[in-house]
Structure formats: structure tokens, C-alpha cells
Design a protein around this ligand. Structure first.
Ligand code: NAI
Ligand code: OAA
Length: 311
């Protein structure tokens, strides 16, 4: 297995490090536009192999996509992160062009790859990659839901003083402040979470989750990378090991949940073919209304992109 990670910055390097550490591929190629940067990160990661005891080779490349040829999976993290005071959507003007040109290079050299988008604004950057790649939507999808549910699960674990391993949850919608955590589909060791926590505390955790990215931007002056990098690597693992994991993933909807021609976070089955199935949950009226609101927010940014006329 060969995996390419484009963007050797905070998220990309973290993702490559997790992939190597877990031996998810024989080879990980890191690509960056900054001269020598990806080579340096790849070498630094490789030098952990005798300590962390793995064989995965990590190779760096300054924008030379021939080194990425025939990758099975590609993770795109290239682009600007936001700073305090910005929304993810403010990144569209710079990141759309970056994601477009990177996707062109990727498809040229790895026409059969599965492509995971991480760059923000996530749902719209996944749309940009899909329009550019011109391959089946089962092979182009975005990472957000694993990260957002991980935040939600970690907050719940802390509040309930239980292991985060025992908290299962699903979350839908766009990767922004309108995302839709679903307490009705959240369990703790099989027990509905609503039986273990009062509604006021649960509401506060849902609100903190929605703004989880911004909380870290305000603390660090740039956005998060450990959990995002690990989340993207978990998607790579599901694909290269054909695990058929059930994850919330940003997927192209064609009628599911009554929506068409939009990328939005939904539960899917992820395996060697990419998105192998979109799972349709039975949402109640409140949940449907929240999902609709989130879809409208994503659609308005998709419209901004369409009006840029760059794909
Ligand atoms: N989907 C999600 O849940 C998350 C998304 N993000 C997004 O991921 C992106 C990356 O974030 P960080 O790694 O923190 O940023 P970073 O600034 O640390 O790294 C980005 C890297 O992309 C490189 N780059 C820029 N243009 C390029 C091009 N044309 N080709 C190759 N490389 C290029 C830069 O040189 C830089 O090294 C941001 O857009 C951020 O908003 C970050 C966290 C979570
Ligand atoms: O908040 C950001 O800008 C980065 C991101 O998507 C996240 O950490 O959820």
C-alpha cells in the first residue's frame, strides 16, 4: 500500500506520522510546496522508526508528484489554516485554488486513488476536489465527522468520568458551527447518554463541540492538528485494511436525506472501495430541521465557489 499526504504542515505531518507508526502502508509520500519542508518532515518521521519500531518508509517531495505515482490513498491537507477571528469559510479564496491544482496533480499520477480532503472549508473543498478529479464520488470524500465526534466523545468522557473508548456517537451536517451532534444516537457502553447526563450539561457539550475547532484556534493562534491528523489516518486505515468502519464522513449526496448535489457529513461504511454505503438514519423533525439548516450553510459557500468560476 502507498499513501500520499499533500501538505506537510501541522495536520499533514501528524497524519503521516500516525500512518507510519501504525504501519498502514509500505510507503508514505509527503508533498509540500515549500522547498525542502516535506523532505525534512519525512526524514524526521523516518528517524522515529527505530524508536517506534515500524518499517513504513516516509519520503518527502517538494511538489514533485512523480514520487506520488500509483498511491492507493491520498490525503489533501494543503492550504491555509484559520487564525483567531476567522471562520473556516474565510479560507475559500486561497484554499480553493490550492485544492484544485493539487487534485489535478494527484489524479494525473494516481488515477485510481481514494482521495480524502482535509483542507477547509471542508465540505466545499471536498466539492472542489470532486469537480476537479472527475471520478466517482465514492472515491472523493472529506474528513470532519470523525474529528467532531471525537471532540464530542472526549468532552462526554470527561463529564461522565468514563473511558472515551466506551462512548459511541454520530454527528451529521457541515464542518462548521451548524454541525449536528445527535444525542439520540449517542451511547455509553450501550446505554443511551440521555440516561446518564442531565439535558443542560448535554446541551453545553453539544454547543462546545460545534465550536470545538474555534476553541483551539483561540488557544493556539492556529487550528488543531493532533486530533485532525489522527482522524484522517483512521480513515486511511479503514480503506487500506478494508475495515468497513461506520464513520461520519463528508459525502456527495444524491437524494439521501432528501438532498441532492451537496457534500455533507453523513454516516457511511468506509472500506477498500472508499464510501461503500451511505447509511440513512431515521431523523426526527428537530434533527431534520437542524440538518437542513446546516446544508443551507454549506450550499451558500458552494455557491461562492461556483461563482469563482475556477473549475
Ligand atoms: N477537516 C478538518 O477537520 C480540519 C481541517 N483543517 C484544515 O487543514 C488545512 C491545513 O492545516 P494545517 O496543517 O494546520 O496548516 P499548515 O499551515 O501547518 O500546513 C499547510 C501546508 O500546506 C502547504 N501548501 C500550501 N499550498 C500548497 C500546495 N499548492 N501544494 C502543496 N502544499 C501546499 C503549506 O506550505 C503548508 O506546509 C487548513 O486548511 C485547515 O483549516 C485543519 C484541522 C481540521
Ligand atoms: O477549526 C479549524 O479551523 C480547523 C478545523 O476544521 C477543526 O479543528 O475542526
Amino acid at each position: 500500500m502507498k499513501v500520499t499526504v499533500v501538505g506537510a504542515g501541522n495536520v499533514g505531518a501528524t497524519c503521516a506520522n500516525v500512518i507510519a507508526h501504525k504501519e498502514l502502508a509500505n510507503e508514505v509520500v509527503l508533498v509540500d510546496i515549500k522547498e525542502g519542508f516535506a523532505e525534512g518532515k519525512a526524514l524526521d518521521i523516518w528517524e522515529t522508526s527505530p524508536i517506534n519500531l515500524y518499517d513504513t518508509r516516509t519520503i518527502g517531495s517538494t511538489n514533485d508528484y512523480t514520487k506520488t505515482a500509483n498511491s492507493d490513498v491520498v490525503v489533501i491537507t494543503s492550504g491555509l489554516p484559520r487564525k483567531p477571528g476567522m471562520s473556516r469559510d474565510d479560507l475559500i479564496s486561497t484554499n480553493a485554488g490550492i485544492v484544485k491544482s493539487v487534485t489535478e496533480n494527484i489524479i494525473k499520477h494516481s488515477p485510481n486513488s481514494k482521495i480524502i480532503i482535509v483542507s477547509n472549508p471542508l465540505d466545499v473543498m471536498t466539492y472542489v476536489a470532486y469537480l476537479t478529479a472527475k471520478v466517482d464520488s465514492s472515491r472523493v470524500f472529506g474528513m470532519a465527522g470523525i474529528l467532531d465526534t471525537a471532540r464530542y466523545r472526549s468532552f462526554l468522557a470527561e463529564a461522565l468520568d468514563v473511558s472515551p473508548k466506551d462512548i459511541q456517537a454520530v454527528l451529521m451536517g457541515g464542518h462548521g458551527d451548524t454541525m449536528v451532534p445527535l444525542p439520540r444516537y449517542t451511547t455509553v457502553g450501550g446505554i443511551p447518554v440521555t440516561e446518564l447526563i442531565d439535558s443542560e450539561k448535554l446541551d453545553a457539550i453539544v454547543e462546545r463541540t460545534k465550536k470545538g475547532g474555534g476553541e483551539l484556534v483561540n488557544l493556539m493562534g492556529t487550528s488543531a492538528w493532533y486530533a485532525p491528523g489522527a482522524a484522517a489516518a483512521q480513515m486511511v486505515e479503514a480503506i487500506v485494511r478494508d475495515q468497513k468502519r461506520v464513520f461520519p464522513v463528508c459525502a456527495w449526496l444524491q437524494g439521501e436525506y432528501g438532498m441532492k448535489d451537496i457534500y455533507l457529513g453523513v454516516p457511511v461504511v468506509l472500506g477498500k472501495n472508499g464510501i461503500e454505503k451511505i447509511i440513512e438514519l431515521d431523523l426526527n423533525d428537530d434533527e431534520k430541521a437542524l440538518l437542513k439548516e446546516s446544508a443551507a450553510a454549506v450550499k451558500s459557500v458552494m455557491d461562492v465557489f461556483d461563482n469563482m468560476n475556477i473549475v
